[in-house]
Design a protein around this ligand. Structure first.
Ligand code: UDP
Length: 469
């Protein structure tokens, strides 16, 4: 086996758990198979919800000393002045450009691997002649939409949210315009122009790494590699190296003890990512639906957002179940339900044999985690590119059944109907069989000679041609 002499690879993730974890997993994978590389992760110290990030970083530092974190200087933020969580992240990254340039000048890495949010670092790297690779923490289906976006911008004048028509892109099923990724819904917005700028810059990178695997999304992957998405210039090499996911490590949590006592594949797990905060009204509908379904459930609950502006994007610390759930719900479902406040050890939960279904917000990490564990899903998208993911999960990957909202709300009857369908109907069984096949595909992709391992080797090989080797 050939070992390359490798320089330093700098990883620049966005300061959000899902983005950070998969980027660190990429670093771990590079180190495992190409130990002559060294990995440095740039960390934006003052993420507005740094608590879990700080403890995750200390866990990685203790367990994988070969991965070094470089903490960028703090940027003062006025949290009350932002309109969205993304706006905070963009501003933080934009104002850190000079700090990133200083680090790159000092380290002179072989390559810089950036998150989509970190596009502003591209010019700093270009000035220093350092090749930039993107790391997409979502799927190839989302990447199609980004790469093809300049064409969509030209062909679909107006705002997607008001257009009420289908949007066609290479390798993708048609998407209702209102289901396009959140940032592009409103044409005259900064988010829209940022997205367009990103779409124009991506093809100028040295390569695009995606957290997916060939057999999970064959059509969008082929559309990209056949050059159908990028117009008037070459498409950079594509490296599908996934699924890159955190392992569950020595997890202890009372919900896992409870799962131990439940029959095999009998429990439906409900969790909506790291950001979701439902209204009390919506929480009540879910509770009623679960109660009517008669199914066993494990449900992660957070409090609705506070009205205090500076805390709008941070889930409140206190979760008072009596205030959030219908009267007597906990008592009535005590023999078959378990409610977790704020955060569950999701990877461990999904790989527990008692779990037979997953109601998910379609965040890409959650989708991959469930796929790797062979757990069929109910797709309930909430924000970002999740509505797009839902369509692909249901129509192409066939790993999920849909759950439908009316006027932004999912009614108790829909929750009941879909949970039953997933857990006890023939349609549910079909999805279960599909997702089990995908589980085997995922393991194959990551094993010796598998598509993701081959892609990783090609990526590392591409660094050989750079000036530092
Ligand atoms: N997660 C978890 N426990 C929870 C909620 C989320 O461990 O109660 C983890 C989940 O396993 C996943 C990540 O948080 O790795 C969420 O990432 P995803 O891409 O699914 O959604 P996002 O939070 O980025 O919208």
């Amino acid at each position: 086996k050939q070992t390359y002499r490798m320089g330093t690879i700098v990883l620049y993730p966005a300061p959000a758990m899902g983005h950070l974890i998969s980027m660190v997993e990429l670093g771990k994978l590079i180190l495992k198979h190409h130990p002559s590389c060294s990995i440095i992760v740039l960390n934006l110290t003052n993420s507005h919800k740094s608590g879990s990030i700080v403890s995750y970083i200390s866990h990685v530092t203790e367990t994988i000393p070969a991965i070094k974190f470089h903490h960028l200087p703090k940027i003062p933020l006025d949290l009350e002045s932002y309109s969205s969580s993304e706006a905070i992240i963009f501003d933080l990254i934009g104002r850190s450009i000079n700090n990133v340039a200083d680090v790159l000048r000092c380290i002179e890495p072989t390559a810089l691997i950036i998150d989509l949010f970190c596009t502003s670092a591209m010019s700093a790297a270009a000035n220093l002649n350092i090749p930039v690779y993107y790391f997409i923490t979502s799927g190839a289906c989302c990447l199609v939409k980004i790469l093809y976006f300049p064409t969509l911008d030209r062909d679909y004048p107006g705002s997607f949210k008001d257009m009420n028509r289908l949007v066609y892109s290479p390798g993708m099923p048609p998407i209702p315009s209102a289901d396009m990724p959140g940032p592009v819904l409103q044409r005259n917005s900064t988010d829209y122009s940022d997205f367009l700028q990103l779409a124009n810059l991506l093809p100028k990178s040295s390569g695009i790494i995606v957290n997916t695997f060939d057999s999970l999304e064959p059509k969008p992957i082929r559309a990209i590699t056949d050059g159908l998405c990028v117009k008037d210039q070459a498409t950079p090499p594509l490296y599908c190296v996934g699924p890159l996911l955190a392992d569950s490590y020595n997890e202890t949590h009372e919900c896992l003890n409870w799962l131990d006592l439940q029959p095999k594949q009998s429990v439906v797990y409900l969790s909506f990512g790291s950001e979701c905060m439902f209204s009390i009204d919506q929480l009540h509908e879910i509770a009623k639906g679960l109660e009517m379904s008669g199914q066993r459930f494990l449900w992660v609950i957070r409090s609705p957002p506070t009205v205090k502006r500076g805390e709008l994007f941070v889930p409140p610390d206190v979760v008072d179940l009596n205030q959030l759930l219908p009267d007597g719900f906990i008592e009535r479902t005590n023999d078959r339900g378990f409610v977790v406040k704020k955060w569950a050890p999701q990877v461990a939960v999904l790989s527990h044999e008692s779990v037979g279904g997953f109601v998910t917000h379609c965040g890409w990490n959650s989708v991959l985690e469930a796929t790797r564990a062979g757990v069929p899903m109910l797709a309930w998208p909430l924000y970002a590119e999740q509505k797009l993911n839902k369509i692909v999960m249901v129509k192409e990957m066939k790993v999920a059944l849909p759950i439908d909202a009316k006027d932004g709300k999912v009614a108790a009857e829909e929750v009941e109907k879909r949970v039953r369908q997933l857990m006890e109907s023939e349609e549910g069984n079909i999805v279960r069989e599909f997702v089990k096949a995908r589980k085997d595909d995922a393991a194959r992709a990551m094993s010796e000679g598998g598509s993701s391992r081959v892609a990783l080797a090609k990526l590392v090989e591409s660094w050989q041609t750079t000036r530092h080797l």
